[in-house]
Design a protein around this ligand. Structure first.
Ligand SMILES: *Cc1c(COP(=O)(O)O)cnc(C)c1O
Length: 389
């Protein structure tokens, strides 16, 4: 392995592929009769911090049907790295981005006739057809068109020969909520909207897609023709509500559990003895309760380690959990290694991941930081090299 910074994120692409294969096994129809469910691998935000290009290539290797990018720049990065698979721009685009969208053969989420017109005109100019996916707003009240405005939008699209309506979709606001009724209502509204369209004589597009990670596990009826998993590809779960559901499904299908893809590691850059009663780090928020051995690590909030984790997180060293102590700085943190025998400068430290028998999960760190695993992963900073294996 080439030399890299002592603080790095280790990305296990085998685990990523394993997770995708698990999903394939879970979403394939059990009867052998129903139509196959496609997978759109959501790799927005640099693949949730894991690196969009390596993850996209791994996803393509396992045969996903679609890739989901968040913004058009992310799609362009994929095309510039020779990824030719269908790509959907999940966050839609502005009218001044139509030229790039058409040039790179992206599909986009579309919610307005205005954008439809602009896209159609540009497609005509470039002599191409563009795939559009309408998002129906069934309760998220974010991106999407309300059910009552859907039919006119479809008519507009159908009257524009350079546009092809490839999919109808929706997005769930609360698929990881204990209360399942919110998602159930969204699914029902979506289905009702579809059947009304059919009654009005509208031909259905080839795809419908609804399910994110939480929904595809908890609401099998939402899997439809394609699912849009993000977080589970990276081996993390949106909320503890998912734990037992995912475990049960894996057991039933005889699958090895999903595996975390990223481990975050650093190294001790300095060890020192600090007497009892001494303040550590900025603002004197921590005093050594005894004569201590304190280690400095070259990782801080500039690397994405939230400052609100100060004095509220643990790390692994020599297979043992030890506490982080004192305020987290921009480039450094301190850990208390008084009880680690034979500790040495240069020892590897795990921020999240496995060491020996111990493990710190992204979920644990998210809980301590009062956020969700998504944010922990996305925030691993750009100066942290991703090391692939
Ligand atoms: C991010 C995103 C997803 C993936 O969500 P996960 O909870 O990570 O599975 C799916 N659909 C849309 C529209 C998204 O923006």
């Amino acid at each position: 392995m080439a030399h890299h910074r002592a603080t790095f994120a280790e990305i296990n692409l085998k685990a990523f592929k394993h997770n995708l294969q698990n999903l394939r096994a879970i979403t394939e129809p059990t009867t052998g009769l129903g139509p196959a469910t496609g997978i759109m691998a959501v790799i927005k935000a640099d693949a949730y911090g894991h690196g969009a290009i390596p993850c996209a290539k791994a996803a393509v290797d396992t045969g996903v049907e679609y890739l989901g990018a968040g913004i058009i720049e992310e799609g362009i990065e994929l095309r510039e790295n020779n990824i030719t698979e269908p790509i959907l721009i999940l966050g839609s685009i502005f009218p001044d981005e139509v030229a790039d969208l058409v040039r790179h053969n992206f599909a986009t989420i579309l919610c307005t006739p205005h954008l439809a017109q602009a896209l159609a005109k540009e497609a005509e100019k470039q002599g191409k057809t563009v795939n559009v996916h309408i998002k129906v707003d069934t309760g998220m009240n974010r991106l999407g068109v309300l059910p009552e405005n859907l039919l006119p939008l479809i008519k507009t699209i159908n009257n524009l020969p350079t546009l092809k309506l490839e999919a109808l979709s929706t997005h769930f606001s609360s698929a990881d909520d204990k209360d399942v009724s919110i998602t159930t209502q969204q699914i029902e509204l979506f289905q009702k909207t579809l059947s009304e369209l059919q009654k009005a004589g509208v031909t259905m597009p080839p795809l419908t897609h609804l399910a994110n990670t939480s929904a595809l596990f908890r609401f099998p009826e939402s899997r439809s023709k394609m699912v849009r998993p993000g977080l589970i590809l990276y081996g993390a779960l949106p909320s503890p509500v998912l734990n037992s559901v995912v475990e049960k499904i894996c057991q039933k299908k005889n699958l090895q559990n999903f595996q975390p893809v990223m481990q975050w590691k650093s190294k001790i850059i300095l060890l020192k003895s600090v007497q009892k009663g001494q303040p550590l780090s900025y603002s004197r928020k921590y005093f050594t309760p005894r004569d201590s051995v304190i280690a400095t690590l070259p990782i801080g909030y500039a690397d994405g380690l939230h400052r609100n984790l100060s004095n509220n997180m643990e790390v692994l060293i020599r297979g043992k959990r030890v506490p982080q102590v004192g305020t987290i700085c921009m480039d450094m943190i301190l850990i208390d290694v008084t009880e680690v025998p034979d500790v040495q400068m240069g020892d590897e430290v795990v921020i999240f991941g496995k060491q020996g028998e111990e493990e710190i999960t992204v979920e644990e760190l998210a809980k301590r930081s009062n956020t969700i695993p998504y944010e922990i992963l996305c925030n691993v900073g750009k100066r942290v090299p991703r090391v692939y294996r």
